[in-house]
Design a protein around this ligand. Structure first.
Ligand SMILES: [Zn+2]
Length: 167
């Protein structure tokens, strides 16, 4: 969304780890190679420093990367990114149209799913049949998906396990 994702090597494809860019503009202290053009940013001139912080996931270590830009190059690369990713108006999703009875059913399924998630979180390494138990719970989740699909659809976060983690 910022024009920064295309030049960061995540080394981690297919997961949902979050990269947070932190952008500052300062006087350049030491000449640095601009990421966008072939020129150096010279000491004493304005420099944009982008610090990417990736907190990683359970399976992947995070990483920190620093990138330097001339201020105008920072703007240019952002505009370039936007050009390659054209504007799409945000459309508010239609509200689910469910009967009172369906809403109740849906709510009950959401509760059951939350309870299963809780049990999954409680499975720890020394649980005797951890994998078996986890497979059972996953089967239950699949059943809940089939149940909830016709009444308002499967919640997006059910399909993205990383969005599911609660602190
Ligand atoms: Zn530049």
């Amino acid at each position: 969304m910022w024009g920064w994702d295309h030049d960061v090597k995540s080394g981690v494809s297919g997961d949902y780890s979050v990269t947070i860019p932190n952008v500052t503009m300062t006087h350049c202290q030491r000449r640095a190679q601009c990421e966008w053009c072939p020129e150096y940013v010279e000491a004493g001139t304005p420099i944009v420093t982008v610090f990417f912080w990736n907190k990683g996931t359970e399976d992947h270590k995070g990483f920190n990367v620093k990138r330097y830009y001339h201020p105008q190059c920072w703007v240019e690369q952002g505009l370039d990114y936007l050009k390659r990713n054209p504007y799409v108006p945000y459309i508010r999703k239609k509200k689910l149209e469910l009967t009172a009875e369906q809403s109740k059913q849906r709510y009950s399924i959401l509760r059951r799913k939350a309870a299963i998630d809780q049990r999954k979180r409680n499975l720890n390494g020394d649980f005797p049949d951890k994998n078996l138990e986890e497979a059972k719970l996953n089967t239950k989740i699949t059943e809940l998906m089939l149940e909830i699909a016709p009444i308002g659809g499967i919640p997006k976060k059910w399909l993205n396990p990383n969005m599911n983690q609660q602190p």
